[in-house]
Design a protein around this ligand. Structure first.
Ligand SMILES: [Zn+2]
Length: 308
């Protein structure tokens, strides 16, 4: 294949065309056997929320299905479907919008699941305890199966940087997926926290990252509520910080639970690339908007990556 058409194929694959997936890769695709179900309440909508997951056809990727009026809308878990990034990653199509997909997508991607149909009711996956652990547990409560078909991975070839003031997302080529994340909040409840995971795998995710809960600041709640967000938030599913204090009676799961949760959010957002990423990421003061911006910077630079 000529270099230009090869690059064009890479580009279109990254934006989600399943036709351009390269053939003949040894890496295998995975999906689940049978159905998984989880019910609860949406963090932002405050409405009852449920999700039902089953296998998708090989090559189809991760697809959300939402009943809207009389019609079922399919929304692919792709960067191009992002319609919101305030406090959560939201995907949409037309008038249909789903919120807070990142904890579920982080679990799906760390399990190496490639093709999945997710029927979502309530506009949002259940918030559960504010972490990804219940979602991961639901997904792991049954068998997975290997499918026929290629599973390309995105190999970073050049450094890619997004910077906006003191927010920074930097990535360098690496043979595996590694993350170094720093948060810096002006409260003694958090302060500056840095955590690193080298060659991050499912076991590390399950033990060290998935149980880290969403956190929020008391001072933001009124504004969030006025904006129609955090309607389902409570001390049962958010670590709430008021000044220098943590309001949850049970405290935190780790002193650095906050930065661990940021790593969880990052993994969920990176799942929107549609393929596993081999890179070493260093994020300082990041959030969904910065994660998405870095992914767009990657997509805008075809020379910066290739398939592995
Ligand atoms: Zn989160």
């Amino acid at each position: 294949m000529a270099l230009n058409s090869f690059r064009a194929a890479l580009r279109s694959t990254l934006v989600g065309s399943k036709l351009s997936i390269r053939r003949g890769k040894k890496n295998v695709r995975r999906t689940i056997v049978g159905e998984r179900r989880l019910d609860g309440v949406g963090l932002h909508t405050g409405r009852s929320a449920s999700l039902q997951m089953r296998s998708g056809s090989p090559g189809s990727g991760i697809i959300f299905r939402v009943l809207w009026g009389e019609e079922v809308y399919e929304i692919p878990a792709r960067l191009d479907a992002v319609v919101g990034q305030r406090n959560a990653t939201s995907l949409g199509r037309g008038d249909v919008r789903i919120d807070t997909v990142e904890h579920l997508l982080a679990s799906v991607s760390m399990m190496g699941l490639d093709d999945l149909i997710i029927d979502l009711q309530g506009g949002e996956p259940p918030a559960a305890d504010g972490s990804a652990a219940p979602l991961l547990k639901a997904l792991e409560a049954g068998e997975t199966r290997v499918e026929v078909g290629p599973r390309p991975e995105i190999q970073l070839r050049e450094e890619v940087m997004f910077k906006d003031g003191d927010v920074e997302v930097y990535a360098a080529p690496s043979p595996n997926f590694s993350v170094e994340y720093t948060v810096d909040f002006d409260t003694r409840a958090i302060g500056r926290q840095t955590i690193s995971f080298f060659n991050l795998d499912l076991e590390t995710f399950r033990e060290e990252i998935a149980p880290a809960r969403t956190f929020g600041f008391m001072r933001d709640f009124e504004a969030l509520r006025a904006a129609g967000l955090a309607g389902g938030a409570s001390l049962d599913n958010v670590v709430v910080i008021d000044g220098d204090r943590i309001l949850n009676a049970s405290g935190v799961r780790w002193p650095d639970e906050f930065v661990r949760h940021k790593v969880l959010d990052l993994i969920g957002d990176l799942a929107l690339l549609g393929a596993p990423l081999r890179a070493h990421l260093r994020v300082v003061r990041g959030g969904h908007a910065a994660h998405h911006a870095w992914m767009r910077a990657l997509r805008a630079r075809p020379s910066a990556w290739g398939w592995a």
